[in-house]
Every structure is written in C-alpha cells, then in structure tokens.
Design a protein around this ligand. Structure first.
Ligand SMILES: Nc1nc2c(ncn2[C@@H]2O[C@H](COP(=O)(O)OP(=O)(O)OP(=O)(O)O)[C@@H](O)[C@H]2O)c(=O)[nH]1
Ligand SMILES: [Mg+2]
Length: 444
C-alpha cells in the first residue's frame, strides 16, 4: 500500500535533503510535486489543497528557510500534516456492555464477513469471548461462509434458519451471548451493490434493537473516491463509530485512506491487509505516516512478530543458533514461522530503509524459493536433517527427486546451512557479548 505515493514523496524529500538552504522557490517546487503526488494517489482534491497549504504554513511558520536542516524540517512538516489528516489518534473500541454488540456494515463484497472473523480472532487474543452472529439472511452461502470461518478459527457462530428476519437473528444472538457468557457479539450484515433504502432501513432497525457499542463501516480501499461517498451515505443514516478500510494490500495508491477521515470525520479503526484471518491491523496515523515517508514502522513490525511467533520456539531456536547446533530441522521451523507472519515483502516494508529489499524478498517468496527449501528439507530423513554431513551424492539425488528440485538446489541449501553455522559459531563464541545480543533479540 502507498508504494507509488511513498516513492514520489521520498524523491521530493531526497532532493531537499542535499540542500544547505531552501529558498522560497525550492519550497514552491517541492510543494507542487507533493500536490501532484497526492492527486495521483487519488486523494480528494480538496484534501490535497488544504494539505499543501498547511504544510507551507508549518514550514514558513518555523522559519525553516533560515534553518540548519531545512530538508528535515520539511519532512517533519509533511509528516505532521499526514498524521493530522489521518486522524492524529488511534481509535480504541468501546466494548463495555455485557455483552456489547459490534455491528459491521458496508456494501457488497467490501469485506464485512472476513473482517468479522479477523476482529473476533483479534479480540479473543485480547482476552474477550466473542460470538459471531450471521445476520446476512438473504443468501445461504453468506451464513455458510461465516460458519466456515468460525470453524477455521475456532470461534462460535450464532445463526438462525434461512428466512428469519435479520433483526431477529441479531436479537437472539444477544440473548445467546448473555446466556453463554460471551462478552461481545460481532454482527455480520447483508451488503447491497449500492446504498439503497431497504438495506438502510434494515440496518437502522437492527441497530435500534441491539444498540451497538460500535458500528464499524467496512469500505473497500481499492474503490478510491467511491469509498468516501459510500462512507458519507452510511454515516447519514447510521451512528457509525469507525471505519475499516479493507484491501489496503491491493491498493498501491491509498488515496481513500488519506482523504476519508478528513471528509467524513470518521476515525479509521482498522485496515485490512490480506485475505487471511490475520490480515487486520489497528490503524495508527503516526506509524502510517512514517511508513509513507520511508521512515519504516518498527513498532508494528515488533507487534506483528510478537503476535505470530511462538515465543518458546523462538527462544529455543535462538539458543540453538548461537550454540551452533542449528540444524536443517531448525531452519525449517524458522521458515515456517516467517511464513506465518504473512507476506514477507510487507514485513520488510516496515523496516526503515528496507523498502528496496522488500520487493526482492517478496519476489523470492512469489517464485516459491522458500517453499522449495522446505520441500528439500521435507524429503530428507530425520538423520539427514540432524547430520547433513552424511548426505553424499546418492542421497542428494534421492532428495532432489523426492522434492521435485535439482541436486543443485540441494547443494545450495547445504552450503547455505554450513555458512549460517559458521556465522553463528562466531556470534556464539563472543561469550557474554553474544548473550547480550541474544538478550536483545529476545527482549529480556
Ligand atoms: N486482499 C484482501 N482481500 C480481502 C480483504 N478483506 C476481504 N477480502 C476479500 O474480499 C472478498 C469479499 O469479502 P467478504 O468478507 O465476503 O465481503 P462481504 O462484505 O461480507 O460481502 P457480502 O457478504 O457479499 O456483502 C473476499 O474474497 C475476501 O477474501 C483484505 O483486507 N485484503
Ligand atoms: Mg458477507
């Protein structure tokens, strides 16, 4: 997300960085480029106009023209203004009722059902006991989809026979939650192709019946400006409390995210970053602004790692790595952890200065290199994995055949392993220093 905008803004910044002084003319040029970059990213023109005017004000207000590091001050002004239009603060869900209802609304295909499951998983991790309620009663497939997701993540789904009015499903969902000790319900509702009266009426009635603590409007970021007008239409009829912008992973421009907050006044609560149930991130304006400007987003990265990596497994691995007992089995286990964290390109994009690497790494994943390595390791016997030195020519051929790779692939992997072992032995032999490094990695 934001790749093209990010690249253009960084180019503007790069040109300013080299200058000892910025003249008014330099500033004009930079602001014009920023304006174009935002318009090209499909940000609403009114938002762009205001944005540029305010950046200019900030820069001139701080007398940057005389300043020591003018380039940096422009970056700071752009950053602060980005944070400001993105909403300044993160939205935290109001879930105080017992149980509380969270209602998800939005157009067809925007990602409501998927987001219900993603949110349920996320809230369960925070110690809640969510119940998912299938109030999209028009298509049998809609209920099935939620039931399937529920099975997949192990979260209960409340449904009623087809033909039961949605408002009844929602009401009985509340009742069931109360009886079974759930502290919140997540209501999946029906979407239509366009905003229309029957849909709005039904949503308004459900809302009246369960008085939700949160009404989250799910909008597809890929629809750009359309998303903004949809948000307005829903907000006119329903007490929407926050937005979920889905499919941010597919939207290189990201204009909707930049304009929607300042036009609708609604906070962006979450962004959807993938089809899987872990593809949901809380929205942090400051972190996103930093990511757009290529400053990376270490905080999100660390949180993601903490969420997905099995801590004990990570500690065990780290110890083995430094003890140079690192085997192919350990390598496989590491690869699996990395793949569980989600698209690797996305992860690297969060590291300052690693933007270039991200593309290359993603390419490796897309080309199936990680999968190939895993296949090679899978085709080995346990003894071979633990003692790769026994893998001679005939074993190599067997392994290559078994994994659908070539003996060259097997050789390369074995060479990489011994190289890794060598580096790790060095790290490990640094004694207390190595331990310190390990401590830092493990955060203790
Ligand atoms: N790449 C990507 N795909 C997403 C994301 N969120 C949802 N999708 C996909 O979008 C499609 C529609 O998602 P649903 O959750 O079924 O949408 P819905 O709003 O419930 O649709 P209706 O029930 O038909 O109104 C599915 O293929 C999802 O996998 C996201 O954040 N990123
Ligand atoms: Mg749905």
């Amino acid at each position: 997300m934001f790749e093209s905008l990010s690249a253009r803004l960084q180019a503007v910044i790069e040109r300013l960085r080299g200058k000892a002084k910025i003249t008014e003319a330099d500033l004009d040029v930079a602001l014009r480029e920023i304006r174009l970059a935002l318009l090209e990213a499909d940000v609403d023109f009114r938002v762009v106009k205001e944005f540029v005017a305010r950046v200019r004000e900030r820069v001139i207000g701080t007398e940057v023209l005389e300043g020591l590091h003018p380039g940096q001050q422009v970056v700071k002004a752009v950053h602060d203004e980005l944070v400001s239009i993105l909403g300044s603060e993160s939205h935290s869900l109001q879930l105080d009722g017992k149980p509380t209802a969270v209602m998800l609304v939005g157009l067809q295909g925007s990602g409501k059902t998927t987001t219900v499951a993603k949110l349920a998983v996320r809230l369960r991790r925070q110690g809640k006991r969510p119940l998912m309620v299938a109030a999209d009663v028009y298509r049998p497939a809609a209920v099935d989809q939620l039931v399937q997701l529920g099975d997949q993540v192990g979260i209960e789904v409340h449904s009623r026979p087809l033909g039961t009015p949605a408002i009844e499903v929602a009401r009985s969902g509340m009742e069931t939650a109360r009886q079974r000790g759930h502290d919140l319900i997540l209501i999946d509702t029906a979407g239509r192709l366009h905003v229309d009266e029957p849909m709005m009426d039904e949503l308004v009635r459900i809302s009246g019946a369960v008085t939700p603590g949160e009404t989250l409007l799910v909008v597809d970021a890929m629809t750009g400006q359309e998303a903004v007008s949809v948000a307005r239409a829903f907000h006119q009829r329903l007490p929407v409390t926050g937005l979920v912008l889905t499919k941010m992973d597919g939207d290189a421009r990201g204009g909707a995210a930049l304009g929607i907050r300042s036009i609708t006044g609604l906070p962006i609560a979450f962004i959807g970053t993938g089809e899987r149930t872990d593809g949901l991130e809380p929205f942090h304006p400051d972190r996103l602004a930093q990511r757009i400007l290529g400053m990376g987003d270490i905080v999100s990265l660390v949180e993601r790692v903490q969420d997905t990596v099995d801590r004990e497994e990570a500690e065990r691995l780290a110890e083995r790595m430094l003890g140079a007992r690192f085997t192919l089995e350990d390598l496989r286990s590491q690869l699996r952890q990395v793949q569980r964290m989600g698209p690797i390109g996305q992860l690297l994009g969060m590291i300052p200065g690693a933007g270039q690497l991200a593309g290359a790494a993603q390419q490796a994943v897309d080309d199936g290199q990680l999968k190939r390595i895993e296949a090679v390791i899978d085709s080995m016997t346990p003894a071979e994995r633990r003692h790769p030195e026994i893998i001679k020519a005939s074993r190599r051929r067997r392994i290559a055949l078994g994994s659908g790779t070539s003996t060259g692939d097997v050789n390369r992997l074995l060479k990489q392993l011994s190289e890794m072992q060598r580096v790790m032995r060095q790290l490990g032999s640094q004694g207390p220093k190595g331990d310190q490094a390990l401590g830092r990695i493990l955060g203790r």
